[in-house]
Design a protein around this ligand. Structure first.
Ligand code: BGC
Length: 379
């Protein structure tokens, strides 16, 4: 009888979900490098009712605790995986690639059966990915694609190109660019060139806005338009801020209005908003963002940021937990895109969640009514 029960447990997610809370997890702080989760995963025949089954430990590698969203992603993943009965090894890597590699290697050595990885640097996880391949451990790329490896089995993310389209179309509609006779000034702040998503966000927005640059409706006074010129290493707020301070003092200090700040995400938007607060006296521009971070949502309410794109990390976490279960059970894994995300070694089957437009008029409905934030958090 016990033997039968164990063999059912070994099949993975579904059965494991009967034993909620049986696993343990280890979370390093951002300052510590990898730790090995030594929690026992052995299955013993006489262990009573709630010993964790082998085959159910999931390693979750997150980039950094510095940005709000990854804390939420990690917390959601851990909660959902544990609720499904998995043991979880959740690690954050202080945006340091070498730390992330060590953490992933430790996850492999400590017996994780599936890895969920949000890469810091898309192309720098080679060694760790090779090790996962050799150990036969499936890897799910979480939010960010891992490049140039065969080790990634699946990719779960939001529709990154659509995020950029939503930002670009917002600007187009707000200023009625299709019918504009005026010229609007714009500056662009994009994301980390090491993050495969950053190019998708940029391209999605630029495919909407480039025609208006070409026909003179939009003028980029700094002349910085190419992705390589507008990228922000590691999505750092301070980097975006100092670049915008330079642009403001070089091109807008004479009283020229800056009408549009296309920012790929909230951390870069925050830098731009800080620069505007310190160095700009003209009419306040449209500022775009992405993530609905708390600081940025407050800024939207205060009129310092025009919009953001809400990516409900709960949805992504649920999808990934589902994928983990399907992989462990040998079932067909749900994907909805088998064309867009080529990591250099081929197209990675992907599940794209839907990003949602957010601004001061709908934040209550999408952020508070849905339980994502409380009113208090936005005070
Ligand atoms: C994510 C964004 C996030 C950015 C910075 C991207 O890969 O998709 O949601 O704002 O990284 O962390």
């Amino acid at each position: 009888m016990k033997r039968k029960l164990l063999s059912v447990l070994m099949t993975g997610a579904l059965a494991a979900s009967m034993f909620v809370g049986c696993g343990t997890s280890t979370e390093t702080t951002d300052t510590s490098a990898a730790t090995t989760d030594t929690a026992a995963t052995e299955t013993t025949e006489d262990a009573g009712t709630t010993t964790a089954a082998t085959g159910t430990k999931v390693g979750v590698a997150m980039p950094t605790k510095d940005l709000q969203r990854w804390n939420q992603d990690g917390a959601n993943m851990q909660a959902e995986l544990e609720a499904a009965g998995y043991e979880v090894d959740l690690q954050y890597a202080s945006n340091d690639t070498q730390t992330q590699i060590s953490q992933i290697e430790n996850m492999i050595n400590s017996g994780c059966n599936v890895l969920v990885v949000a890469a810091i640097e898309a192309s720098s996880l080679g060694e760790a990915m090779d090790m996962a391949s050799e150990a036969g451990i499936p890897v799910i790329a979480y939010d960010r694609l891992i490049m140039n490896t065969d080790a990634v089995s699946y990719y779960a993310t939001f529709d990154n190109y659509k995020v950029g389209t939503v930002q670009g179309e917002y600007i187009e509609e707000q200023l009625d660019l299709a019918n504009a006779t005026d010229t609007y000034t714009m500056e662009i702040t994009a994301g980390d060139p090491g993050d495969n998503n950053a190019g998708f966000f940029y391209q999605g927005a630029m495919d909407v806005l480039q025609p208006y640059i070409d026909n003179g409706t939009i003028e980029v006074k700094s002349g910085q338009i190419e992705f390589s010129e507008v990228a922000t290493a590691q999505w750092a707020t301070e980097t975006a801020q100092s670049r915008m301070e330079n642009i403001l003092s070089s091109y807008y200090a004479d009283g020229t209005n800056l009408d549009i700040c296309l920012c790929s995400n909230d951390s870069t938007a925050l830098g731009v908003e800080n620069a505007l607060a310190a160095n700009y006296n003209g009419d306040y521009p449209i500022v775009t963002g992405q993530d609905c971070d708390i600081e940025n949502t407050k800024n939207m309410i205060a009129g310092k940021q025009s919009m953001s794109v809400f990516k409900d990390t709960r949805t992504l976490a649920s999808q990934v937990v589902k994928m983990v279960g399907q992989i462990l059970n040998g079932e067909t894994v749900d994907v909805n895109d088998t064309e867009t995300y080529d990591n250099g070694n081929g197209v990675v089957p992907s599940y794209l969640c839907d990003p949602v437009f957010a601004d001061a008029s709908n934040y209550k409905e999408i952020l508070i009514d849905s339980g994502y934030y409380t009113e208090d958090q936005l005070q």
